[in-house]
Design a protein around this ligand. Structure first.
Ligand SMILES: *Cc1c(COP(=O)(O)O)cnc(C)c1O
Length: 377
C-alpha cells in the first residue's frame, strides 16, 4: 500500500457525514457562487482567526492579488518579500507591474529575516509581504514595528499557516490584510481552489469585496473600479464548513506527528525550529539532507513519498530574470533550496506508518553517510 504524502482520503472518510451534508445543502439550494454558505464561512473563519472581516475568494493567489489592488499598488512600486516561497507571493506583485524586492530568509525558520528588511526600504516601497512558511508565522512583532516606522502596509501571505499562532494571536490577523489558501493540501483545504482575505478595516473589507467581483459598486452591474473574477464558490465553502469543526483537533495531531519526527531525527539531521511564542500548523515538516536525490530515491523505493519545497529560490527563476538578481544574492535561500526535504505530514499519519518512514529514512541517511566517508578516504 502506497503511503500518501498528505492523506486527504482518510480526512474525507473521518469527516464524510458533515462534508456530504454541507455539499448537499448547496446542491439543493442551487446557489453556487458566493451566497449564504460563503457568508457563513466568512463569519466562522473571521471568528476563528480573530479578525473582523473575511472575504472569500477563488484562491490564495487571488487573495494576495486583490490585497495589493486594495493598496492601489502602482507600476514601479516595491513590495518586500521572501525569495524562498511559492511563486505566487512575488508573482502577484509583478502582475500588477510592481517590483518584488527580496530579502533573504533566516537559516532556521526559513521565514524572511526581519533584521535585513529595513536596508531594502526605498522611497518606492509600499508594503512588506512576509510569508508564513511551512506553517509558522513570520516575525510579526519586528515586521509590524518596521512597517509602522516607515508607513508601509503589511500583507500576510498566510497560505500555509491558517490556524497557526504567535503570542496567542492567530495567523491572518497580523497584517493590514491577511491572505490564506484553501488549496486541497493546505492545513485547511477545500476540494478545488479557494482562498480568503482577512482585514480588521471596514473600508478595506468593502474594497476587497468589490475587487473580487469585477469592481462592482453598491448596485449589481454598477462598475466603479477594475477588479477580477475572484469569487469563492459555495461548494468549496461547504467543504470547508464541513471540515472546520475538525481543524483544532487536526492541529493538535500535527503537533504530535511533528514532535515524533523531531524526537527520532534531531540527532541525525537538522530538524525544524519553532520560535518561542509560535504554534506552527506544520503545513510541511522539512529536514535538511546532503545527497538529497539519493535519499529521496531510496525512500521512493520503499514506497515513501517526499517533496522539495522549494528547489529553486524565486530570484533565480527565469520568470523574475527582469529583476536582475543573480546567484549569491540570497545565500541562505540558495543553500536551503539545495538540501531541504519535506516528509509525509498530515494529521492522520499513524504511529506505525510514521515509524516505517523514520526507520527507512534513518537507513538511507546512514548509508549515504557511510558512502561519503568512504569517498573521503
Ligand atoms: C499555496 C500558496 C499560495 C497560493 O495559493 P493558491 O490557493 O494555490 O493560489 C501563495 N503563497 C504561498 C506561500 C503558498 O504556499
Amino acid at each position: 500500500m502506497a503511503i500518501p504524502f498528505v492523506d486527504l482520503q482518510r480526512q474525507y472518510r473521518e469527516n464524510k457525514a458533515a462534508i456530504d451534508r454541507q455539499i448537499r445543502e448547496v446542491l439543493d439550494s442551487s446557489g453556487y457562487i458566493l451566497g449564504p454558505k460563503v457568508e457563513e464561512l466568512e463569519r466562522e473563519l473571521a471568528e476563528f482567526a480573530g479578525v473582523r472581516h473575511a472575504v472569500g475568494v477563488s484562491s490564495g493567489t487571488d487573495a494576495l492579488l486583490i490585497a495589493l489592488m486594495a493598496l492601489e499598488l502602482k507600476p514601479g512600486d516595491e513590495v518586500i518579500t521572501s525569495p524562498f516561497t511559492f511563486v505566487a507571493s512575488a508573482e502577484v506583485i509583478a502582475l500588477l507591474s510592481g517590483v518584488p524586492v527580496f530579502v533573504d530568509v533566516e537559516p532556521d525558520t526559513y521565514n524572511i529575516n526581519s533584521e535585513q528588511i529595513e536596508r531594502r526600504i526605498t522611497p518606492r516601497t509600499r508594503a512588506i509581504m512576509p510569508v508564513d512558511l511551512f506553517g509558522q508565522c513570520a516575525d510579526y512583532g519586528r515586521i509590524g514595528a518596521i512597517a509602522r516606522r516607515h508607513g508601509l502596509a503589511v500583507i500576510e501571505d498566510a497560505a500555509q499557516s491558517f490556524g497557526a499562532e504567535q503570542e496567542g494571536r492567530k495567523a491572518c490577523s497580523f497584517g493590514d490584510i491577511g491572505c490564506t489558501s484553501f488549496y486541497p493540501s493546505k492545513p485547511l483545504g477545500c476540494y478545488g481552489d479557494g482562498g480568503m482575505a482577512f482585514t480588521g478595516d471596514e473600508e478595506i473589507a468593502a474594497l476587497l469585496r468589490s475587487l473580487r467581483m469585477h469592481g462592482e459598486g453598491r448596485d449589481r452591474y454598477e462598475n466603479v473600479r477594475i477588479g477580477i473574477c475572484g469569487r469563492l464558490d459555495a461548494i468549496q465553502a461547504a467543504v470547508l464548513l464541513g471540515k472546520l469543526p475538525a481543524l483544532p483537533g487536526e492541529i493538535e495531531r500535527r503537533q504530535r506527528v511533528a514532535a515524533r519526527y523531531t524526537e527520532s531525527l534531531s540527532e541525525l539531521v537538522p530538524t525544524p525550529t519553532v520560535r518561542p511564542g509560535n504554534l506552527s500548523v506544520w503545513a510541511q515538516y522539512c529536514i535538511r539532507v546532503k545527497n538529497r536525490r539519493a535519499v529521496q530515491e531510496r525512500l521512493k523505493r520503499a514506497g515513501i513519498p517526499t517533496c522539495v519545497f522549494y528547489p529553486r529560490p524565486l530570484h533565480l527563476q527565469k520568470a523574475f530574470a527582469h529583476l536582475g538578481y543573480g546567484e549569491g544574492d540570497f545565500p541562505v535561500a540558495e543553500e536551503v533550496s539545495r538540501d531541504i526535504l519535506s516528509l509525509p505530514m498530515h494529521p492522520y499519519l499513524d504511529e506505525e506508518t510514521q515509524d516505517f518512514i523514520i526507520s527507512h529514512l534513518k537507513a538511507a541517511l546512514e548509508s549515504e553517510a557511510a558512502k561519503s566517508t568512504q569517498a573521503q578516504r
